[in-house]
Design a protein around this ligand. Structure first.
Ligand code: G6P
Length: 471
């Protein structure tokens, strides 16, 4: 029914994905994640609708056949438009600009090809604005997520000025000196797109301040003294900081199911009894800094030979954005460096690095429970939920080595061992400090980390934004 949804969430990746079974029928699979649990917190009767993109041929087929999941609407743009918006602009340009990694290893080139891709991004954002405009009830609240949909708030306001619109960035935001490497019109369009919202949300104060500074520098907008409002061309957008936390109840329950217990046994026997475990769990993603993490571990084994045979680095690097050569190459590099360390230090019954690249959520939880040390060393990260999840799921206490460039640093720094993610020697020293932390101290810190990590669970994070929009 058109114009009936009172609360709408819009994101590129939605709550369901489809696949085609061998007999040709479509089957749907519900995904997990913070947004899914956030949305479930408002209950099934709230008139909520999740608008998302068809990501695959099977998703597009579902849209073509009119297959729908209650509570969600999938938008199918032509595959080449989706590719331009998602792979070329969102994942190859915006992701790296926001993480301040665009010049390494990518070379920014703003040629005709880029302009064609940008046109795809505009079309994809307009398709979202059209669909939301069609579905939203008078005065509905719309929560638009992330860099894929930066233009939607302004496009939607043109179509439906009655709506209350929020935008939330799950990534970092780069300060103007960096952000301005984008072509001026593109930089301005991204900012005015988000300023179309009544409220723009960020995971930390640092990213919100950087956004405000970009609005001043690129657009000549004005920012209130306390940094909480940006005014541009007579309209004011409020800025909010909501540090999304871990879902403690879900994690504790999920981490004690049978499939996780089974994997605990497997990990233990693969690592070797009694060995200390340094755990990391990430998407194989350049911003996660997995290679430098491995090099820091190698440095640890060099500097402190006493740890040889007594520790294992359990590194899970799950496939991500595999359409992009850059990501495929990164997984290869991670695999190569892990292999080199195993070659250099491994013995007959000790493999120093246990690298897994096949996605297995239950095994991740098993590793969380067993970790003596968690290594979270991103070059830059909007928040990093692994840093928050490990202390919550830990069985016996965990020492957290945490990059100061992760958003989670703002909340967890006091009880973590913090590092500059580029500094391999410092990270190696931090790993040694973590491994030698007295047990009582580790337990105390883990408790405080878990409390801080669950301060704003996804359901409250979601409701806070709705409330702030006045809905
Ligand atoms: C990470 C980021 C999110 C982003 C998501 C997209 O989780 O923190 O900001 O929306 O990746 O990943 P995808 O696999 O959909 O490209």
């Amino acid at each position: 029914m058109a114009h009936s949804a009172r609360i709408l969430v819009a994101s590129n990746r939605g709550p369901v994905s489809y696949s085609v079974s061998p007999d040709g029928t479509l089957t749907s699979r519900r995904g997990g994640g913070g947004l899914v649990s956030g949305l479930s917190a408002i209950g099934p009767d709230a008139g909520a609708l999740w608008v998302c993109a068809a990501l695959s041929d099977a998703d597009r087929e579902a849209v073509a056949q009119g297959v729908t999941e209650p509570g969600s609407r999938m938008i199918a743009v032509p595959p080449e438009v989706f590719h331009a918006a998602y792979n070329d602009i969102a994942n190859s340009v915006l992701w790296f600009v926001h993480h301040m990694l665009y010049q390494t290893p990518l070379e920014p080139v703003f040629d005709e090809e880029f302009r064609g891709q940008w046109a795809g991004y505009e079309t994809y954002n307009a398709a979202f604005a059209d669909a939301i405009a069609e579905e939203a009830a008078e005065g509905a609240a719309v929560l638009v997520q992330d860099y894929h949909l930066a233009l939607v708030p302004a496009l939607l306001r043109e179509r439906r000025p009655d709506l209350r619109i929020g935008h939330f960035s799950h990534t970092p935001w780069a300060p103007p000196d960096y952000f301005r490497l984008l072509p001026d019109d593109v930089a301005a369009r991204l900012l005015t797109g988000i300023l179309g919202a009544d409220r723009a949300g960020f995971l930390t104060r640092r990213w919100a301040d950087a956004f405000a500074a970009c609005c001043v520098s690129v657009l000549g907008a004005t920012v209130s003294d306390d940094g909480s409002e940006v005014t541009y061309q007579g309209r004011t957008t409020r800025l909010g900081v909501h540090g999304l936390g871990a879902d403690g109840d879900f994690l504790r329950e999920r981490a004690h199911r049978e499939d996780v217990d089974e994997r605990i046994g497997l990990l233990r026997s693969e690592a070797g009894p009694g060995r200390r475990l340094i755990v990391r769990v990430d998407r194989a993603e350049l911003s996660k800094n997995i290679v430098r993490g491995l090099l820091a571990y190698r440095q640890l084994l060099q500097d402190h030979p006493g740890w040889r045979e007594r520790v294992v680095h359990v590194a899970f690097a799950y496939p991500s954005r595999q359409d992009l050569a850059l990501y495929r190459a990164y997984t290869e590099e991670v695999t190569r460096v892990a292999g080199e360390i195993n070659e250099e230090f491994g013995t007959r019954d000790w493999q120093p690095v246990m690298l897994k690249v096949d996605d297995d959520f239950a095994r991740s939880l098993a590793a969380y429970r067993l970790a003596d040390v968690a290594l979270v060393n991103p070059i830059r990260d909007g928040m990093n939920l692994v840093a928050k999840e490990v202390p919550v799921a830990s069985d016996g206490g965990v020492a957290l080595v945490l990059s100061r460039e992760a958003g989670a640093y703002e909340e967890l720094a006091e009880d973590a061992i913090t590092v500059n993610p580029y500094d391999i020697r410092q990270t190696a020293a931090a790993l040694n400090t973590a491994l030698t932390m007295p047990e009582a101290e580790r337990a105390d810190r883990t408790k405080r980390l878990a409390d801080a990590a669950t301060a704003l669970p996804p359901s409250r994070w979601f409701l806070d934004q709705l409330t702030a929009l006045g809905g």
